[in-house]
Design a protein around this ligand. Structure first.
Ligand code: NAD
Length: 339
């Protein structure tokens, strides 16, 4: 498969490293409106064909897919352009700024008969994945409670300055991943309530969010996120888990320690992800998940299967983000299905 990547910014570097290790897919062209980022990235990854304009690239290149690594305002036009060109698409999260945009994007790619996957990679982190699969296999019986937690004081603003500028911050940027993990464990969400707070006076949006989810299959989960938590060990960017089931409990603790306790006993595993040659700590769990999700995209296309984190699936994660903001603003419990 021949692909092009649009948006050569901070995170796209991980995506390009990951593509270079995936058999069956090659990035043959790059696009960025910013000429310096474009040429630096093209040189770093030895990709000769570069464009400042995505439409011109799609016109000139013979492609099978595009990987959209820009920030949210450009997602809808770029996804629609790729659908019109008859390409498969991966698009970074947050997938869209509104539910209406997201639905239109899903519709555009489905009508073209192509695959749309959202780069919703946290549920693909190998430690989180191991926990999800352990629960799905029934190791702790029927899950009835979960706490999915991401708390850190890490300075994310120096690498991604736009995060300090938006009216929305932690739910839209990070909470979206943690809410998606809750869906991966417990399924669809019936009701959600949320409280938010801004602790850091230097940013515009909220940097703390605490959410309570009632899932359709009966479990409740607490999803809590903070970028205002100063504690040791600093666990960025680990998601910590506590899942209670009818037959036992599972915990993913700091340092990638996975504990499963049942009446048969206790097992403890070190599930620290490998440090890929191009990766660096502490980002290595996220970097590995980029490789895993991109491989999933290629495998799904080869097998004619819908990706687990497809555009259509992601509508439900995006609805949780909208529900959380609405709940925090109104003090009401919100049904994501109403959005
Ligand atoms: P960034 O601002 O560093 O990079 C975005 C790049 O896209 C910029 O170079 C910009 O010039 C380019 N661009 C914007 N619109 C364009 C257009 N229409 N055509 C061509 N180029 C265009 O942003 P980033 O921090 O790399 O984030 C990009 C996306 O990745 C965001 O949506 C962010 O939420 C997401 N992200 C995901 C993860 C993850 O773990 N999945 C982690 C970090 C960032």
């Amino acid at each position: 498969m021949k692909g092009a990547l649009i948006g050569c910014g901070f995170f796209a570097q991980n995506q390009l490293h990951a593509w270079s290790g995936i058999e069956g897919a090659d990035i043959v062209a790059l696009c960025d409106q910013d000429g310096t980022r474009l040429s630096d990235t093209a040189e770093r990854f030895a990709i000769a064909r570069t464009y400042r304009d995505a439409a011109a690239m799609l016109e000139a290149e013979q492609l099978d897919f595009v990987d959209i690594a820009t920030t949210v305002p450009s997602h809808r036009p770029l996804v629609e352009m790729a659908a019109a060109a008859g390409l498969d698409v991966i698009c970074q999260k947050p997938f869209a700024a509104t539910m209406a945009d997201a639905r239109a994007m899903v519709e555009a790619v489905e009508s073209a008969g192509r695959v749309l996957m959202v780069h919703e990679n946290f549920r693909w982190q190998s430690a989180v994945r191991r926990a999800i699969e352990t629960v799905r296999e029934g190791a702790i019986g029927a899950p009835f409670f979960g706490r999915i937690s991401f708390r850190s004081g890490y300075d994310v603003f120096s690498g991604q300055p736009y995060l300090a500028e938006g009216e929305r911050f932690i739910i839209e940027d990070l909470g979206i991943h943690i809410l998606d993990i809750a869906r991966a464990f417990f399924g669809d969400v019936e009701r959600l309530s949320a409280a938010t707070k801004r602790v850091n006076p230097q940013i515009r949006g909220e940097d703390v969010a605490t959410m309570l989810l009632q899932h359709s299959q009966g479990a409740s989960s607490v999803v809590d996120c903070s970028y205002a938590t100063r504690r040791q060990p600093e666990t960025f960017p680990q998601t910590l888990l506590e899942i209670d089931g009818s037959e036992g409990t599972l915990r993913l603790d700091a340092g990638y320690r996975l504990t499963v306790q049942t009446k048969g006993g206790e097992s403890i595993a070190d599930v620290e992800p490998p440090l890929l040659p191009w990766a660096e700590k502490p980002w290595h769990n996220i970097q590995e998940s980029v490789s895993i999700i991109q491989r999933h995209f290629v495998d799904c296309i080869a097998a004619g299967r819908e990706p687990e984190t497809s555009g259509r699936d992601n509508l439900k994660t995006l609805a949780l983000v909208e529900a959380a903001y609405r709940s925090a603003a109104t003090g009401q419990t919100v049904r994501p299905a109403d959005l």
